[in-house]
Design a protein around this ligand. Structure first.
Ligand code: KG4
Ligand code: ZN
Length: 339
């Protein structure tokens, strides 16, 4: 069978990324231009700046992805691009670029759901992984527990009722003075702290056992900090970070394990930026080994936003015959399963 080469383009948030992937599984190139330095100055992602930076960098990033893979645009079988969810102005840069390339080179255009891309990062790391499997997707904007029934097809078991897990990390990091990007900084600070120092709440939703809620946890951290400040008590940043992180780990682990047991699934994958958290990775590895569940976690570079995961997800959409027209638009609130 002929090899299928997909060019994947990602610009939904603060990384401008492009990659060439062969047959949905093999990374030929993976170029990421991060905007972290600029947004750090403002304490978070500034959408307007993100869009402008994507425009400045996207041509270079795509050309480098083609060069690194040693292929020309003519040799590519399809152009895959994230069209949602994400920041509308940021998404539009990638979508417009992908449309222009597809039109100029007469290649099929495949719009990809960013969350589906995160799941597909696992296919790059684990060539033998095939659906069905359970997947917990934990990113800056989304927290979902799903059964991946087939490529690009999901049964959604649970989702967050309020903040996403990554959002909670970012907000708590800001509150304890660690700044942006919050996740990696909390992760690092927590290594020096005691995870049982402060009893923060673990939310359980009575009638929806697979759903998540992180806003109560975030408020509890803020209340704790305020109380310490008012009473002149010293705040241990490592203890707050470790105790908060432990609460997130416990909830993510408990929901996933409950679903694995209820649905009798022995394969569990993690996906999204928060899956790069060292405590989460360690806790899942330990628990899954004990419960005889096969665990899949992408390497750090493939957990956070990248073009390779979009190319991988795009490959499976392309195989299904999915093609988008030049009227493809950015859909900032795009859900899994297209809703
Ligand atoms: O998947 P991603 O790159 O972008 C979205 O699609 O949202 O995820 C970014 C999120 C941010 O909230 C960031 O703080 C979080 O992932 N993150 C982490 C870690 N690295 C990134 N959270 C906890 N621990 C980390 N090591
Ligand atoms: Zn993402």
């Amino acid at each position: 069978m002929k090899d299928v080469l997909i060019l994947g383009i990602e610009s939904s948030c603060d990384e401008t990324a492009a990659s060439v992937v062969k047959n949905g599984r093999m990374i030929l190139s993976d170029v990421i231009s991060s905007q972290i330095d600029i947004h750090t100055l403002y304490g978070g992602v500034v959408p307007e700046i993100a869009s402008r930076k994507h425009i400045e960098r996207i041509d270079y990033v795509i050309q480098k992805a083609l060069d690194d893979a040693d292929v020309t645009l003519e040799e590519i079988d399809a152009v895959a691009v994230t069209y949602g969810p994400g920041l509308v102005g940021a998404l539009l840069v990638g979508v417009a670029e992908a449309k222009a390339l597809a039109y100029a080179a007469k290649k099929p255009l495949v719009g990809v759901n960013h969350i589906e891309g995160h799941v597909a990062a696992n296919y790059l790391e684990y060539p033998d992984l095939e659906p069905p499997f359970l997947c917990e997707i934990v990113s800056g904007g989304h927290t979902h527990l799903v059964i991946v029934e087939d490529y690009g097809e999901f049964e959604i078991l649970g989702r967050t009722r309020d903040d996403a897990a990554g959002e909670a990390f970012d907000k708590v990091a800001r509150a304890i003075g660690l700044g942006y990007p919050g996740g990696p900084k909390v992760d690092r600070a927590a290594k020096e702290g005691d995870p049982s120092a402060i009893a923060f709440p673990r939310a359980h939703i009575e009638d929806a056992p697979y759903d998540f809620s992180f806003s109560g946890l975030k408020s509890a951290v803020l209340n704790y900090i305020n109380k310490c400040r008012m009473t002149g008590q010293e705040i241990s940043v490592p203890d707050v970070a470790a105790s908060f992180q432990q609460a997130v780990v416990d909830v993510l682990l408990e929901n996933a394990m409950r679903a694995a047991k209820d649905r009798k699934i022995k394969k569990l994958a993690l996906a999204g930026g928060v899956a790069s958290n060292s405590a989460i990775r360690a806790a899942f590895a330990e628990k899954c080994a004990r419960k005889n569940i096969e665990l899949f976690i992408p390497p750090l570079r493939l957990c956070t936003d990248n073009g390779a995961m979009i190319a991988a997800a795009g490959y499976y959409e392309y195989n299904k015959g999915i093609r988008h027209g030049l009227d493809l638009n950015a859909v900032p609130g795009l859900g899994l399963n297209g809703r």
